[in-house]
Design a protein. Sequence first.
Lengths: 362, 401
Amino acid sequence: MAVLSEEQSMLRDAAKSWVQEKSPVTAFRKMRDSGAELGYDVAAWNEMAEMGWAGVIIPEEYGGSNFGYLSLGLILEELGRTLTASPLLSSGLAAASALILGGSDAQKSEWLPKIAEGTVVGALAIDEGPHHNPEKVATVFKDGKITGKKTFVLEGMAAGIIIVSGKGPDGLGLYLVKGDDKGVKRHKLSLADSRGAANIDFNGAAAEPLSGGAALIDKVLDRARAGVAAEMLGSAVQAFETTLDYLKVRVQFGQVIGSFQALQHRAAKMFTDLELSRSAVEAALAAIDADSPDVPELVSLAKAKMGDTFHLVSNEMVQMHGGIGMTDAHDAGFYLKRARAAEAAFGNQAFHRDRYAKIQGY
Amino acid sequence: MADFGGTDLEAFRTEAREWIAANFPAALKGRGNMMMREERAEPDADQEAWRKAMGDKGWGVPTWPAAYGGGGLEPAQARVVQQELNKAGAYNPIGGMGVMMFGPTLLEYGTEAQKQEHIPPIVRGEIAWCQGFSEPGAGSDLASLQTKAEDKGDHFIINGQKIWTSGAQWADWCFCLVRTDTSKKHEGISFVLFTMHQPGVEVRPIPLIAGSSPFCETFFTDARAEKKDLVGPLNGGWTIAKRLLQHERSGLTGAGGGLGGGGKPLEQLAKDYVGVDAQGRIADSDLRTRLVANAINWRAFQQTAIRAMMESKGNAGPSSATSIMKNAGTQLIQERQEMTLEIMGHQGLGWEGEDFTKDELEAVRGWLFGKAFTIFGGSQEVQSNIVSKRILGLPDLTQNH
């Protein structure tokens, strides 16, 4: 665990106790069973926003607390433990980052306070095909209007503003589009992890450019990737702890199955990978806070490593629980499904291993 | 080796081809067997006719003895039948647990009367069987099962609970492991048969992580099994159970790949979804490396299946090599299922809806259901124990339990 400031410790403890009390996995199950249109519980999101979580990275002058990305990562990690679905990542991290880094004073003044108080949800629309590929953009910005198709937009149904990548007169860049523009047509996706996502068609929707061009896309994506990785860390840690508990109570052959060395070694391997992953995730978040030049490589490292670890742990969770882990009544399947979706979000392991190699020059 | 041809076999091939042409309804061409579906529709007239034709001919179980309605064919002839069915786009309509596990076991351990009663309906596909083995407290440690059968003279009264009884909601009969002696573990288990159509049997399907499933919880409250339906000696069921599990495992991972692995080749799927570079290679080199590693292992697995089949020819049943096959095969299948989703990317995350193709949605459900392959039919861990202890001769620390 990173060395935390007093404020960060308090934030993490507050997040931990809220999540355990108000948003256990049973809350996620309830949300899924209800077929919630937005893919999250709106009342729970309002509570999070009231606690200031949506404004953790937003400067104080725009209604935030300016605590930084490591602090936000601590909250995302706690939310990840119980698979709490919320727009915090899309809105309070990704869309907020785009505005903080590339917004004009007017854009910041108009949107950041609303994002910070949770009254507006922001979303990031980058991909146009089945795979994360931020350089492959057919969406076009011309004369104040944007046209194109975006896929797999997280919280796309809830979004009041959408930050869209597109090709303008000066090359690739990000554009701000209002969700209620009549040129915006969204289609809800029903995904295995039950989270809110949409395919969105932009058909001459009014769009305002953010400044920063293609470099801004990278910066915003790296922040989103680090945020997903933090959430994945929490999910993986919880999946591991739940499994570890089971190894200590399930009896077969007259002894708890955790007494079998074959399983002990697999548990030790998971623990090892979780420790490595935590270091990678925290280093990426800290680098963002320090505005360090090695953010891209540290983020790709974290997303690749964390993806492998969550993949391993969620699969072992099912396997080590055996038959009961295969049932819908058990939580293991939720972690397995979430791992798959989180791996694919903003670049899977293969994408980030390749990117890491490119950054390192091999 | 007769397998590789000869005039007799060619004559038989002609006979098989003509019989299939005369009996297989053209409307069914290319359609899969309904046996594997989670939700079964009522068979239509063509499907019924095909089942009856194959059932009367005995070719659904081509190597089973003709005395009980089976095809009575040599293995080489059976392969010819399969090849000709494939060529005609025809499926084998005779299947299920009766064919895969229970029938071969009963042929080996049943009395003449039991075989005469139970084998012909399996051959004709008239009776569906389910397997009452696992219990909530007896998974990998199957022999710790608690479902109790009380001796009532000419019958047993059965009380207890089974879990993972695949197809119990459609089954007519159950082959079941019950405890007939509580003072011993393995030596207190008997193997009994009874009808599922009786008041003391209650079946509840279990929703799985992949959605609805063929698996059930099955409860027995004073259910009745006739004494004549005890297979093998009283308290001698464990030996029979172990044999049956060998048949189950070989059925799950035989050369035909009972667990699937069909569909579009992964490399083609990857080209379609990921694209290719200037040399025609899959654009994602990381994925390409893992695909080829799996493909090489998959090929070696198939070669091993064929080798095991050739080597065991003349033996009565599956060899101990089947334990290796299950772990090797299931791991490869799970890898392929994972890579299928990775190839499909965001499209490989769909749960339902028209934004995803049928293949994409099936890939997701298949990936989830596939996680059970290393759990049921002898978990990955139990299989590894069998290999390390029975085959490699390493000490067994669980043998006292």
